[in-house]
Design a protein around this ligand. Structure first.
Ligand code: NAP
Length: 317
């Protein structure tokens, strides 16, 4: 029988990412056993019902005992407490990894908390939906998506390779980056778009001259796409902005300058500038589609994606 990549994997936090990861590990037979732990008894109950893992542990310590890989899938602000609690119970030479969306501040905060016998190898799968919790997970989430590893200087190349193989086995494409670069790339591609969506939906909610019914009634004209992003989990996103503050502030600065230029073009009816900017942005969209990161189906391909996800979920019930 072929040796599995890991003997026992412990998944901490069984929300969207943790449940998807657990299901993908089981589906692809990456480990002999998957143990899961989540803070609330309702999520642990759901994990049992949905068969997310082989064993649902009722404590963090029980979950990590005997595991050669531990993956943290919780909001970034929970890391120090979780790591402090589990560290004395980790097996010697086990690997700890994560899926957190911001890297540099988190690494600086927690890398000193591990003993020298533990390899902490930070990772971030660029895959997700606006949903959260154990019912949101599905094993295909990571297929054809990038996973960025931001290894530490003291990581063993063999351990980094193991994490690389792990994500590739789940269908992801893997890239290695410095935590600084990761945070700047994510600030513009993910964090700023979320901030803009949170802001535009919040502004619309405050408008007094347009009624709430009108906002909902005419939302398909563009607003609806922002509301999808702005419905993402508030705890997770609060933590991301707190942990990637510098890179996000830098991107807000760049964005504000460009917004002022657009404001000026609208004010002065500068049709040439407006046309030039809008043509350039259209090309970006075309490049994303040809890179396979989205489809050109009407409605951003979302109705197709939704059908696929609901089919997967119905299969699970
Ligand atoms: P989620 O669906 O809200 O799940 C987070 C889970 O963490 C919850 O189920 C919660 O458990 C659990 N949790 C919170 N505090 C805990 C603690 N102290 N001990 C044990 N479990 C705890 O969020 P998610 O989308 O999976 O995000 C998790 C991580 O993935 C975040 O760090 C995020 O940055 C990263 N990430 C998210 C996405 C995305 O698009 N969503 C993409 C890539 C990476 P209970 O339900 O038991 O309270």
């Amino acid at each position: 029988m072929k040796k599995k990549l890991f003997n026992q994997i412990s998944v901490i936090g069984l929300g969207l990412i943790g449940s998807s990861f657990s299901l993908a590990i089981k589906k692809n037979k990456i480990a002999n056993k998957v143990v899961g732990y989540s803070r609330s008894s309702s999520t642990r109950k759901a994990a049992k019902k949905l068969n997310l893992v082989d064993t649902v542990a009722n404590s963090l310590v029980k979950s990590v005992k005997g595991s050669d890989l531990i993956i943290i899938c919780t909001p970034l602000s929970t890391y120090p407490k979780i790591i402090n609690e589990m560290t004395p119970h980790l097996e010697k030479n086990s690997i700890v990894t994560d899926v957190g969306s911001a890297k540099l501040t988190t690494i600086n905060e927690v890398s000193g908390l591990f003993s020298k016998f533990i390899q902490f190898i930070p990772a971030h799968p660029i895959a997700g939906t606006e949903q959260s919790g154990p019912y949101a997970g599905f094993p295909e989430l990571f297929i054809d998506r990038w996973c960025i590893l931001t290894p530490l200087k003291n990581n063993k190349p063999s351990s980094v390779n193991k994490i690389k193989t792990l994500w590739k086995s789940l269908g992801s494409k893997v890239e290695i980056m410095s935590p600084e670069r990761h945070d700047r790339v994510m600030a513009i591609t993910s964090h700023l778009p979320h901030l803009i969506a949170y802001n535009i939906v919040s502004t619309a909610a405050d408008l007094e001259t347009v009624t709430k019914q009108e906002i909902i009634k005419y939302s398909a004209s563009g607003f609806r796409d922002f509301t999808r992003i702005a419905s993402s989990d508030p705890v997770m996103w609060r933590d991301i902005f707190l942990k990637n503050k510098d890179a996000v502030l830098e991107m807000i600065g760049r964005f504000s300058e460009d917004l002022s230029a657009l404001q000026k073009a609208v004010r002065w009816e500068d049709s040439k500038t407006l046309h030039k900017i809008f043509s350039r942005t259209r090309k970006v969209r075309e490049k994303i589609i040809s890179a396979g990161q989205d489809t050109d189906a009407v409605d951003f391909g979302r109705s197709n994606t939704r059908k696929k996800i609901s089919k997967i979920k119905n299969r699970k019930k």
